[in-house]
Ligand binder design. Structure first.
Ligand code: CAP
Ligand code: MG
Length: 411
């Protein structure tokens, strides 16, 4: 039986015809053997030689191991290994992030990065609005967007939710959102919540506060577009999708559906199951690239080490993947969230710059002067960071910020 080698070290292929993946590998095998195991499993091979694989199939569809540097390997997949249907992330992930994670020969393997050829990126439309579109809706061309997450994450009635949103907007916030576990529970039916929040946003606008609130429409695949259309009719100005639990196809279906005319806030809950371990799973960077391809307008990328969630090694790379001009799509608003409070806002802008959305749940609702006080403190902290004034200095004549710094400190 003919044997086939997947090793093409030092022979990078034409990036216009290959999907290029970087994997971090931990193994007792030689790196060459481990790399070949991945390339074989994810393209034309399996655990043993097979009589049905011929040279033509191998040469046209076999993956190529083109680089091994330390614990990092480069595997290049021919574009023909991927569906030619209009943009299919599920099939892409089955190739680049499928069986390989379960290979017994590998102690650990982590997909660190991926790049796609034009023949694949051209199958996707990207965001409808993007970071600039969100800024246009909010009339906020330069400063970071500043938001909150309604807390407690579950339990408030539609009226109490709307009251929270009104107070947040009155305090100067530009964004609010449902939390990731709130969709359509009996204590807060999505229809009643959406209508009540829409009325609060209208009142805020009459009072000179432009704000959007993202209604979480995360639900089963055969219902999500219909639910999004319904919340839009009820007055929603933004929708939210938990992309890992709903799937990339859900974001894509909403983003590509012409009937959906509001921006999509993409939450990444569950990502920690595979992004947190530095030696096994999938880094956030490939997730960020896929969300932009599928059309998310805003995406959680963490706080680059400033907040409560552990920092991904690639958090900085995620900024570039959201805002870079190396792909044919509108940008994605990077959302910095998770344990955020006014005292760390300047730390976040120092790490991420100003083209971000910074949001706080506990860091607003936990303020001694309630939601309005917390909103004012967050808004003041963002103004201070934008003006380049130390928060402690700015707090001398902004009492809500002073109270937040006294409570939570500052970095
Ligand atoms: C933040 C949050 C977000 C996290 C998710 C929460 O609340 O609402 O879901 O930001 O993490 O439920 O934890 P707090 P990430 O502001 O009260 O922490 O943004 O890293 O995906
Ligand atoms: Mg949350």
């Amino acid at each position: 039986m003919e044997s086939y080698s997947y090793l093409h070290l030092g022979e990078p292929e034409d990036p216009s015809e290959y999907v290029v993946c970087k994997y971090r590998v931990t193994t007792d095998l030689t790196m060459e053997k481990a790399a070949e195991a991945i390339a074989a499993e994810q393209s034309t091979g399996t655990w043993t030689g097979i009589s049905t694989l011929d040279r033509d199939i191998f040469d046209s569809l076999g993956a190529r191991v083109t680089g091994i540097e330390g614990d990092m390997i480069t595997v290049e997949y021919p574009a023909e290994d991927f569906s030619i249907e209009v943009g299919s992330v599920p099939q892409i992930l089955s190739v680049i992030a499928g069986n390989l994670f379960g290979l017994g020969a590998l102690k650990g393997v982590r997909l660190e990065d991926v790049s796609f050829p034009k023949s694949i990126t051209s199958q996707f439309k990207g965001p409808k609005f993007g970071a600039d579109g969100l800024r246009e809706i909010l009339g906020r061309p330069e400063k970071p967007l500043v938001g909150t997450i309604v807390k407690p994450k579950i339990g408030l009635s539609p009226e109490k939710t709307a009251e929270y949103v009104y107070e947040a907007g009155s305090g100067g916030l530009t964004n609010s959102k449902d939390d990731e576990t709130l969709v359509d529970q009996p204590f807060c039916p999505i229809d009643e919540r959406t209508v009540a929040v829409a009325e609060a946003l209208d009142t805020l606008e009459e009072e000179g506060h432009l704000m959007v609130h993202a209604i979480n429409v995360s639900t089963r695949g055969d219902r999500i577009v219909e639910l999004a259309e319904q919340v839009q009719e009820w007055g929603a100005k933004q929708i939210m999708v938990d992309v890992i639990t709903c799937g990339f196809g859900a974001v894509q279906a909403l983003a590509e559906d012409p009937s959906i005319k509001v921006p999509i806030h993409v939450h990444r809950t569950m990502h920690g199951a595979f992004t947190k371990d530095p030696l096994h799973g999938i880094a956030m960077l490939p997730i960020t690239k896929l969300v932009r391809m599928c059309g998310g307008d805003a995406l959680h990328i963490g706080t680059l080490g400033a907040g409560k969630m552990s920092a991904g090694a690639h958090d900085g790379g995620n900024l570039a993947a959201c805002l870079g001009d190396d792909v044919p799509y509108k940008t994605v608003m990077p959302v910095c969230s998770g344990g955020v409070h006014p005292g760390i806002v300047s730390d976040i802008t120092g790490r991420a710059g100003m083209n971000v959305q910074i949001q706080a749940g506990g860091g607003v609702a936990g303020h001694p002067d309630g939601v309005v006080g917390g909103a004012k403190a967050m808004s003041q902290a963002v103004d201070a960071a934008f003006l380049g004034i130390p928060a402690e200095e700015y707090a001398k004549d902004h009492e809500e910020l002073a109270k937040a710094l006294a409570m939570w400190g500052s970095k």
